[in-house]
Ligand binder design. Sequence first.
Ligand SMILES: [Zn+2]
Length: 111
Amino acid sequence: MSEALPAAVFNFINFATVMSPSEIDYKALLQVIGQWVSVVLGIYLLVLIILRVSGLYRIDRCPNCDGELKRAQRTTADRLLKSLSFNILSLKRYRCYMCYWEGPALQIREM
Ligand SMILES: [Zn+2]
């Protein structure tokens, strides 16, 4: 049955159940963790790219009053978010001059 499982899952179960702490092969354990991290990172990147390509995160009018939006200065949080998305999502901050709404850095759609 264990042969049917992917190697990473089998190794993980092996570490969790069979081996005592002194018997753990740390190099192999790191490899297993590395595999999981790269899978999660891969999915994360894929989602970011899909978001970017689809343009779902974009707005072109004020969500509050449908007024015209102007660029506003980025905050530290905006810059942090941009770094966290590996600059894939170009996050910008906008302000509405009709109702004073200020937006969390969504990119305006190019008209
Ligand atoms: Zn507005």
